[in-house]
Design a protein around this ligand. Sequence first.
Ligand SMILES: [Zn+2]
Length: 321
Amino acid sequence: MNVFRTFALFCIALLVSQARASSEALSEEEEDTEENNSIRERERLKAEADAEQRREYPEMYGDAEQGDMIIPKEELEELKRLAKVGGHGKYRTSIFNSAYFSYGGTYGYGWIYYGLGRIPYYVTPDFKQRTAAEGNGSHTPYEIFMDAIAYIKNEVACVDFFPFEGATTPYYVLVDYGASCQAEIGCRMKSGQKLDLGPYCTFKRGTVLHEIMHVLGFYHEHTRQDRDSEVTVHLENVETSPNDRRSNFDVVSTDFVDHSPVYDCGSVMHYTHNAYSTDKFSLDTITGKTTACRNVMGQRVDFSPIDKATLAAKYGPPCPA
Ligand SMILES: [Zn+2]
């Protein structure tokens, strides 16, 4: 009897222990699933934020310098070097500092050749034929570009884009659809210097204005030498693979490039808060030091009041004769 009872108790203990083990295993499995789900959800949100940034800021994802600035690499490197050591270099792209710059046989001017702020443009037949679906859904890229230059003329009286007129306008801006959004910086004294407004680039007028600001000689606001007074850059959160984007945050010599007189978080030339972040859903790469700065950073709606004032200070009014 005792042997039977002992055996029965042993069996019961075994069953209980197996049941407990099985229950623990089950709960571990549930935890694993929850954890996996949470990882999957996080990856989904990160991918969504990444896709959103590529859609909202197409100018960041071209092959040019900092995504959309067509500028000889050595020229940009020189401007970065000057930011560190100061002094005069080979380049004078700023129309404030000088009417012209020269390097390696290439001569360039601020937009003064046809009168300060007068800029001839030629729109390719391909750009004109693009559909509203390739613009913002209701207007074609061509209509949006024309609206943008009319807006600029209205807001900044002395910046005037006028149509290419053949031999009398040897240096002009060639507006094309292209593969991305990109522009040559300032006047390059070229026949057909590039202004490409490709996929998503005309979805928002602010993106078109951003590219036109490059044509007018402007750089990205967050690369100003005095940026640390208004924002904190978190290089540790910037992508290093598959492309190392950290050089997009290098400062350039403010003495030689065009920026507004004061740092402007709301400039149409400012990067967004999570630009090139490794985790665009939750990690910022640029943090504004004030709420006001954070609220406007990366806007692509219109020129900011300071953008307009800066353009007016450089190009007029009063408009040059
Ligand atoms: Zn840009």
